[in-house]
Design a protein around this ligand. Sequence first.
Ligand code: GRG
Length: 302
Amino acid sequence: MAEAELSAGLAAILAERRRRVDGALERWLPVQGNQPPLVHEAMRYSVFAGGKRLRPILALLACEAVGGDPENAMPAAAALEMIHTYSLIHDDLPAMDDDDYRRGRRTCHRVYGEAMAILAGDGLLTHAFRVLAEAESSRVRPDDRLRIIAEIAEAAGSRGMVGGQAMDILAEGREIDPPTLLYLHTHKTGALIRASVRVGAIAGGASEEQLEAITGYGERVGLAFQIVDDILDIEGSSVEMGKTAGSDLRRKKATYPAVMGLEESRRQAARLLAEAKEALHPLGERAAPLLELADFVGCRRH
Ligand code: GRG
């Protein structure tokens, strides 16, 4: 399915959830005038530079798929986007990928300088946990709120995204085996996507069976998302992606196409997305938007 063929129904759902997520981010991020103004401006610059809001939307849809009120998942959704944006700001720094463009704009450090970009990332990561702990998430039971905080911390930390990023940097320019590649992708990108659907489901009061189904979906979508990203780095255009295409090749990154070839990478992404959809079966009709979102991940151009 080409991105242009995204059904009108899903397009409307994505646009509506995105608006609500942006509203929550607007409310919960420190305002630009707060001292010190430059770091808050840099945080907002990167958060509102665009972005699909995939992780927060996954959290809201997972909450709905288990029969919950999506507003209960909104603090987690906003926190996930803050953490994701921090990871992009730091990933673009000269010490990491050294990129000039992100989300179609100059990267944070190119506009605000390296020190301010590091601090903007730190500020977003820390503020995410403030949002999670705040009273507005009190409609979720206290034990579930603690579980959500622990899930997000684990997924973002050294046993999740940070660990995957570290492995990614260590693997640059080296030959790696498929299990190491799998570790790298499931941690660098997969962990936060898996956590997104899990915390959404927990906020929605999921049963253990529902949580298991959602987890099976999130793990597969998370890995497929990164494989598609690897393919887009070869086949996509910088304009469509809003970042520099071909940078994985230039930096000799460990990617699926580099290790498995393009065709096998496409096959694996398609298989994972089919399995992701299968995993949703126990959730019935309410999971329909998540089903279609899996197709969107497979055919995205940015
Ligand atoms: C610096 C701790 C630290 C981690 C960085 C996620 C990550 C780890 C780096 C990003 C590198 C990258 C481009 C990975 C490819 C997959 C990915 C996360 C793409 C960006 O996510 P999208 O497509 O971006 O959801 P938008 O802009 O739509 O939010």
